[in-house]
Ligand binder design. Structure first.
Ligand code: MG
Length: 255
């Protein structure tokens, strides 16, 4: 009888633990751009991500020479180096779908109209630490001024940017992208989580998922586009999957 009772208690505890585990959330990488008429890192990609109700829409930010935060993946757009350009020069450029190269202020205006989908802001690695910090300070200033702070997670490969984000506000949700720090190191440095490439978390350091969770860090994995990999990371209980295919992931999670 005692053994039966004990088994019942263990079963209940396991169910409780499983119930407490939050479901994996979807982050649309560079927005939900893989839809007719959209483009990566565009206002329409943000609107599309909001329309399908994902947890987050990722975007990449740079600071221009004259201090404007603009959205683009690479350090240049059509041969124009963003760090060395003025916002005036960049405003003439068009994305593949005809939209202008967007600014963070334009993203904020759209994000503010709703509360479900967060901005996942990647501060890019500029040529100097000084510019990483300028980009970070200006991004945070705009986000705070707009009242969106509680709807933003920050990510970066740049330790300069990450350290500045944590220095400005230890409550900032900052996840490190570069894949070369253990969960314990991140915890000690005040990070909120890790956001590592799939091969780091599946092949090089599969133990880091469990370690991060035990330390109370969040786990995000990029860029996961294939169904079998999505299923693998869902089974590992990661908090977030960053994908170019948010609809496929949404289908798997609601199945
Ligand atoms: Mg990015």
């Amino acid at each position: 009888m005692k053994i039966k009772q004990l088994a019942f208690v263990i079963l209940l505890s396991l169910c409780g633990l499983a119930g407490a585990e939050a479901q994996t959330q979807i982050i649309a990488h560079r927005g939900y751009w893989d839809k007719l008429g959209s483009a990566q890192n565009s206002l329409s990609s943000l609107k599309n991500a909001i329309d399908i109700g994902v947890y987050g829409s990722e975007l990449d930010v740079w600071i221009t020479r004259d201090g404007v935060i603009v959205i683009n993946h690479d350090d240049d757009y059509q041969g124009v180096l963003i760090q060395d350009a003025t916002s005036e020069e960049l405003s003439k450029l068009r994305l593949v779908n005809g939209e202008p190269l967007p600014t963070l202020n334009e993203y904020i205006a759209i994000a503010k109209k709703q509360e479900k989908t967060r901005l996942i802001i990647e501060i890019k690695s500029h040529d100097s630490a000084e510019d990483d910090i300028r980009a970070t300070d200006e991004t945070v200033r705009l986000i705070n001024e707009s009242g969106l702070n509680s709807q933003v997670d920050y990510i970066s490969f740049s330790e300069h940017a990450c350290k500045e984000l944590i220095r400005l506000n230890p409550q900032h949700r900052v996840a490190y992208l570069n894949g070369d720090k253990s969960p314990q190191e991140l915890k000690d440095e005040g990070y909120w989580g890790l956001d590592y490439a799939w091969d780091v978390l599946k092949e090089k350091h599969p133990e880091w998922i469990r370690q991060a969770k035990a330390l109370g860090l969040t786990v995000n994995v990029w860029t996961v586009n294939r169904e079998e990999q999505m299923l693998y990371f869902i089974s590992q209980g990661v908090d977030y999957i960053t994908t170019d295919n948010p609809q496929l992931l949404k289908g798997l999670l609601t199945r």
